[in-house]
Write a protein that binds this ligand. Structure first.
Ligand SMILES: [Zn+2]
Length: 441
């Protein structure tokens, strides 16, 4: 263990430092960081579940804080870290009205009475109205959420630049996406972008507002508006390159929508309603491709709520009017697959025989160019001999009906160049009931 790490642990801030951007511990006064590092914002991530970030930006006249954590108890942990910098707090900024970002505002106001809390007009309004009744919900989910929400002291016009702590920040307001309204803060001199929940980093987002299409459009706008941004500091998860985090968030949402869409097709297992089997396979597919993504909310049923909310949204969406940003058009070739079909493709490429067999119903039937395999055990044996070790690439979805998809694929068995084939799948809820594989000529 090196000298610096020992000091940090002695200071009780190792956890905070481990979570600091780029592994830096720039705000620990014991570590005396070089000047270049001192400009890097500090970060406190509250414990899981539902970990949320508080940032502190080094400004000429003190620290400028972004967001306040979910509860006063979490806020006090962040405050203890912030105090270690020995610098005064000049201002506190809010990104949006969600409980996990404003619940600690009262504790910050108490700790730093001279630092005004700033919010955009739209965020201030959203907090005061709480149209979705999120604050009572947060209170019932977590008794630590304050009985009374602390509002902003200073309200700025949406999109107006902000002068705080000797720092000039560009702001932009976004509507109806992850939240009904959201503000991002951009520091042009460093390229730092404080994005709130417009993009998270390796987390399971809350889609409960059923506005995934609005969110996708916001991401496009965010990327265009701040194309020069360097590091993005998200509300949840670790900071990273802005472009990569935006792309990652976009892919997550597109994949989620692509998995839910077939489950709300009129002729699918439950018609417009997502059956519990469909829900299970969608969640399992998301977990397979996004493993270890902790939920952003302290809500054990968030995965199910997300499916329900996006299902409602997609069922109401008019495909003719869906903006390009929200199309399921595959950027990676696999969007829009039925969840069990997606699970099959994933299992082949992950060389996961159990997952492959698990994608099929117990009495499923598989026909491989005329050879018939009946039952999961027979399909498993076939896959073990002929499939596992190969690489399966989806070229396109050639036919798409509720509960049925025919894919043009390229299958390359281990060590071979591969061949083109059609894979026709029939799906019932969470399982493939029939698959027929034929050569494409
Ligand atoms: Zn959040």
């Amino acid at each position: 263990m090196n000298q610096r790490l020992r000091r940090l642990i002695a200071a009780g801030s190792a956890a905070m430092c481990a979570m600091a951007p780029m592994g830096g511990c720039s705000n620990d006064e014991g570590s005396k960081p070089p000047a270049a590092k001192a400009a890097q914002p500090g970060r406190f991530a509250s414990p899981n579940p539902g970990s949320v970030n508080v940032y502190w930006i080094q400004a000429p006249e003190g620290l400028v804080l972004v967001d306040t954590s979910r509860t006063p108890a979490d806020a006090r942990k962040a405050i203890a870290e912030i105090r270690k910098t020995g610098r005064p707090v000049a201002a506190i900024l809010l990104t949006h009205s969600h409980p996990d970002h404003v619940g600690g505002a009262g504790a910050f106001a108490e700790a730093f009475p001279r630092a005004p809390i700033h919010a955009s007009r739209a965020t201030d309004k959203a907090m005061r109205e709480d149209g979705r009744r999120f604050y009572p919900l947060a209170r019932s989910a977590n008794p630590g959420f304050p009985a009374k929400v602390t509002y902003a002291d200073r309200v700025f016009e949406d999109g107006a630049p902000l002068q705080v702590g000797g720092l000039r920040l560009v702001t932009a307001t976004f509507a109806e996406g992850e939240s009904d309204t959201a503000t991002v803060y951009h520091r042009a001199d460093t390229g730092d972008l404080f994005s709130g929940d417009l993009a998270g980093s390796k987390v399971t987002p809350a889609l409960i507002e059923g506005n995934s299409c609005g969110w996708l459009q916001n991401l496009d706008r965010l990327g265009r508006r701040f194309s020069a941004a360097g590091t993005m500091y998200p509300g949840h998860g670790a900071p990273g390159p802005a472009r990569a985090l935006i792309d990652e968030q976009r892919r997550y949402l597109q994949r989620f929508r692509g998995l839910v869409r077939p489950a709300v097709a009129p002729g699918s297992a439950g018609g417009r309603t997502v059956t519990s089997g469909e829900q299970r396979s969608i969640i399992a597919e998301m977990e397979r491709t996004h493993p270890g993504h902790p939920p952003v909310a302290d809500l054990s049923t968030i995965a199910q709520e997300n499916v329900r909310a996006v299902a409602r949204e997609l069922a109401a969406e008019d495909p003719a009017k869906t903006p390009a940003a929200c199309s399921d058009e595959a950027r990676d070739g696999t969007n829009g697959l039925l969840a069990p079909v997606s699970a099959y493709v994933g299992a082949v490429n992950d060389r996961n025989l159990d997952a492959l067999a698990g994608a099929f119903a117990a009495d499923a039937e598989l026909i491989d160019v005329g050879r018939r395999f009946t039952g999961r055990a027979a399909i498993r044996a076939w896959a073990e001999n002929e499939v596992i070790g190969g690489r399966l690439t989806v070229t396109r979805v050639a036919e798409n009906r509720p509960g049925h998809q025919r894919l043009l694929v390229r299958f390359a068995p281990g060590g071979s160049g591969g061949f083109d084939a059609y894979y026709a799948f029939t799906v019932n809820g969470s399982s493939i009931t029939r698959a027929e594989l034929t050569y494409a000529d």
